[in-house]
Design a protein around this ligand. Sequence first.
Ligand SMILES: NC(=O)c1ccc[n+]([C@@H]2O[C@H](COP(=O)([O-])OP(=O)(O)OC[C@H]3O[C@@H](n4cnc5c(N)ncnc54)[C@H](OP(=O)(O)O)[C@@H]3O)[C@@H](O)[C@H]2O)c1
Length: 306
Amino acid sequence: MPRAVRFSHYGGPEVLEIVDVPELHPGPGEVRIAVRAAGVNPYDWKVRRGLMAGGAAAPDGPQGLGSDLAGVVDQVGADVTAFAVGDEVLGSGSSPSYAEQALAKPADLVARPADLPWPIAGGISGTGRTAYRTLTQLGVAGGETLLVHGAAGGVGFVAVQLAVARGVRVVGAASERHHERLRSVGVVPVAYGDGLEDRVRTAAPDGVDAVLDATGHGVLGLSVRLAGGPDRVITIADGAAAEHGVRFSSGDEGVDMSGALAGIVALIATGELEVPIARTHPLDAVADAHRESESGHAGGKLVLLP
Ligand SMILES: NC(=O)c1ccc[n+]([C@@H]2O[C@H](COP(=O)([O-])OP(=O)(O)OC[C@H]3O[C@@H](n4cnc5c(N)ncnc54)[C@H](OP(=O)(O)O)[C@@H]3O)[C@@H](O)[C@H]2O)c1
């Protein structure tokens, strides 16, 4: 039987278990994937903690985790023509991806370029799509100045590189240990914390046109001041968005995402977009991966290798 991560109580990383689960079989319009890599995202530990449960005290039953994946198609359901058994793919699953097997819909997958390392392949879907979507929602264009909070995080580091590639001047707030990495991709780094607003004004004397908050660490007030209003400020992580008149982006919301993941993968394959991997872990060490993600400072993608 394939192995998978499950939890039956909300709580700390210790609630995560590795269990044997029944084999999956794809329904019409689905494929089954032998998972080689599954990205760990902050959303996953928020689910594990019960923060996404709308107040429910416990899950209905044993619950899986994870969406990002990469692996090899090993069964194909009826009506699937885009992929065949043996194809190497990456994207997001329609069943939990912290597992040796997962199901996925072809529209959520792209082919893995032959030399793309499995950890990068398995860790790029969620952050890449979120970065693409939020830049599109902000409408940033060449010649403008964008401030990104969390510029060295999973979402932030993809967003800053996509923006620089579009000719946008980017100021990125991050821990100082990431400043050299940010400079190397054309970002002007600033340290977060007290005095951030002044540091951004110094780094961008002509002002900031748009702001992406990829941290949720109480930066919306200063972001609205820097951008001259809330219209071009977006957060993906701050529940206080409405108090500041700022948009909370949680879904694709009218953005044409067709081709987004394929475009990002192509940029990675040609070396134009960098995806640092902080650490990989076997499935058995999923609790360690969650502890590192929950620290908020993993410094790159965390990826399970089932
Ligand atoms: N709404 C959506 O659709 C959506 C989608 C994806 C992610 N998210 C959310 O967006 C957030 C970021 O996701 P991610 O995958 O990029 O996470 P991540 O890779 O863990 O990155 C976390 C980022 O937060 C920064 N950070 C940590 N403590 C901070 C502090 N006190 N002040 C300022 N920045 C701080 C880190 O900076 P340093 O490493 O430089 O310290 C890092 O850049 C998470 O809350 C996640 O749940 C939402």
